[in-house]
Design a protein around this ligand. Structure first.
Ligand code: GLC
Length: 562
């Protein structure tokens, strides 16, 4: 049973043979406010994370990525930073951050922190200074201020919309009380965009990078990496604000993926490379097609870029095969690893998303009044999708709680919603709160063991009790044990560094042979309605379906020893 005996097999990705950690690492995303609360205020914090690090070591991941913990008014859950060199009191202190980094390293876990360079908070000292300074001043020039259009400057400078809904411009009142200039915010009004044409902005962020590298972090996840540079003249744009929604006929939007961003990352890469120990950065760049995304991971820029194309691929064999092949092709062309991801704090959790009607547009959150996705179907597909993903060579990201099979909270009361998109879209989009619910650790404790108090910043659904860590720990067939086995096997066999051969096993079957240093593993995913018969001599290493007897059921995936 070898790929070379299979006339229709073809190589889609040769191994690079390179062992740099980020090429094959599995990185666990912690959303700090939702993972572990040490002080009982209902919001997770850094000491809570530090205390739970042994759980991650036992899970078998290589690193943690922490979403922002910096000083922030929390208008966008910390993606609105008021001080990049300090910790928000909600989460702890700089000493807590140092202790977290130290303890992670002692547990053989690397630490990646979130860097938010596209915009600051409107409560950042720079923006406050810009508001009181005059138009045309150096303080204003650190942001994107413009005069309005129309006779009295009462119209926004262009027609750009915010990603979160509504206008992307807000008019200020000048220090003398008169209606003034407008500033650009691609996201919330409390997130003014920085002016990356200004060298002062560039040197400030180089200094922030050094601040965190000096404290020992292993890398950065860079927020909105495709947005920093805007097209000259800020031309009007009537297309969608989300690049992933563009059709091929659309031209490239003037606020995303401008060629000038790459110079910034080349400068940053030099800084990272000047530190010992393979420091790495990962681009959050919602850029299409994969060939454009691959430009971010050329060998003097980012080491990784999230493969959102894979995340949005419909649950169909042809689409999955095409997305995987195209990603490898584009990344191999620049010598970069592919970086797989299925869930994060911005999308409906894949245990729910995969139960939504296949091929329809992805919703931004789900309302209690929406048709409720089938939880069992979603979990079955999520387990299969992860079983496929973790076999594939490259890096991978795991979002907190997906290892428990956590679904999206789809029945949140509207009055508790906090995501600014809910307000800014005039309640048309539910937003991202449903994927950010506090983690359940123990079924029978207050807040399911999230913290010592009853209260949590978003309510947990009842279904989280049965999914708590203590309900799945050591339970054969549980989603937690599935993840542990996948991660352990992936690590033991060094699958992340392997080469990938696509197999032709039938129209509804996705199959690859992963040839790694010491073994070859065959991953098979069944998307057809009928059972798929496994080879009679197959040794099953791990299966997403609890029991398989010679056949792989629909929506299940398996790793076989070859
Ligand atoms: C990124 C973050 C998202 C945030 C936005 C603005 O997309 O992942 O959570 O709202 O940037 O910073």
């Amino acid at each position: 049973m070898t790929a070379s005996n299979d006339a229709t097999a073809h190589l889609v990705h040769p191994t690079s043979g390179d062992r740099e950690w980020w090429r094959s690492a599995v990185i666990y995303q912690i959303y700090p406010r939702s993972w572990a609360d040490s002080d009982g205020d209902g919001i997770g914090d850094l000491p809570g994370i530090t205390a739970r690090l042994p759980y991650l070591k036992a899970l078998g991941v290589d690193a943690v990525w922490l979403s922002p913990f910096y000083t922030s008014p929390q208008a966008d859950a910390g993606y609105d930073v008021a001080d990049y060199r300090d910790i928000d009191p909600l989460f702890g202190t700089l000493a807590d951050a140092d202790e977290l980094i130290r303890a992670a390293h002692a547990n053989d876990l690397r630490v990646v922190v979130d860097l938010v360079p596209n915009h600051t908070s409107d409560e950042h000292a720079w923006f406050r200074a810009a508001l009181t300074a005059a138009p045309g001043s150096p303080e204003r020039d650190r942001y994107i201020f413009r005069d309005g259009r129309g006779a009295d400057g009462g119209e926004p400078p262009n027609d750009w919309q915010s990603v979160f809904g509504g206008d992307a411009w807000t008019r200020i009142t000048e220090a003398d009380g008169t209606p003034g200039q407008w500033y650009l915010h691609l996201f919330d009004r409390k997130q003014p965009d920085l002016n990356w044409e200004n060298p002062v902005v560039r040197s400030e962020f180089e200094d922030i990078l050094r601040f965190w590298l000096d404290r020992g972090v292993d890398g950065f996840r860079v927020d909105v990496a495709h947005g920093l540079v805007k097209a000259p003249g800020l031309p009007d744009w009537t297309g969608p604000m989300n690049m992933i929604d563009l059709t091929e006929a659309d031209t490239r939007p003037p606020m995303w993926d401008q060629d000038g961003v790459h110079d910034i990352y080349r400068d940053w890469r030099k800084i990272l490379d000047s530190y010992p120990g393979e420091r790495a950065m990962c681009a959050e760049a919602w850029v299409e097609p994969p060939e454009r995304l691959a430009r971010y991971v050329r060998d003097d820029e980012f080491q990784q870029a999230f493969n959102f194309d894979f995340l949005v691929t419909p649950w169909r064999a042809d689409d999955l095969r095409a997305a995987i092949a195209q990603s490898y092709r584009a990344n191999d062309a620049v010598g970069a690893p592919t970086t797989w991801v299925l869930s994060n704090h911005d999308v409906v959790r894949h245990a729910t998303r995969l139960a939504l009607p296949v091929g329809e547009p992805r919703p931004n959150g789900i309302f209690a009044t929406d048709p409720q996705p089938d939880a069992e179907l979603g979990l079955r597909r999520a387990r299969a999708a992860t079983t496929l993903m973790l076999a594939l060579p490259g890096g991978a990201y795991v979002y907190y709680g997906e290892e428990l099979g956590l679904p999206e909270h789809t029945t949140l009361p509207d009055e508790v919603r906090q995501d600014p998109t809910y307000q800014r879209t005039e309640h048309k989009e539910a937003g991202r709160d449903g994927c950010r619910i506090p983690m359940p650790w123990e079924k029978d404790s207050a807040s399911y063991g999230f913290g010592p108090g009853e209260h949590t910043w978003l309510p947990q659904p009842e279904s989280y009790g049965a999914l708590a860590v203590d309900q799945q720990d050591d339970v054969p067939g549980s989603t937690l044990e599935l993840y542990r086995t996948l991660l352990q096997t992936r690590r033991d066999l060094r699958l992340g560094e392997g080469s990938t051969t696509q197999l032709d096993l039938g129209p509804d079957i996705v199959g690859y042979d992963i040839a790694a240093a010491d073994a070859t593993v065959r991953v098979i995913l069944n998307l057809g309605e009928a059972d798929y018969e496994l080879p009679s001599d197959a040794t099953v290493l791990v299966s997403s379906a609890p029991e398989i007897a010679g056949v792989l059921p629909t929506d299940a995936a398996v790793w076989l020893q070859v």
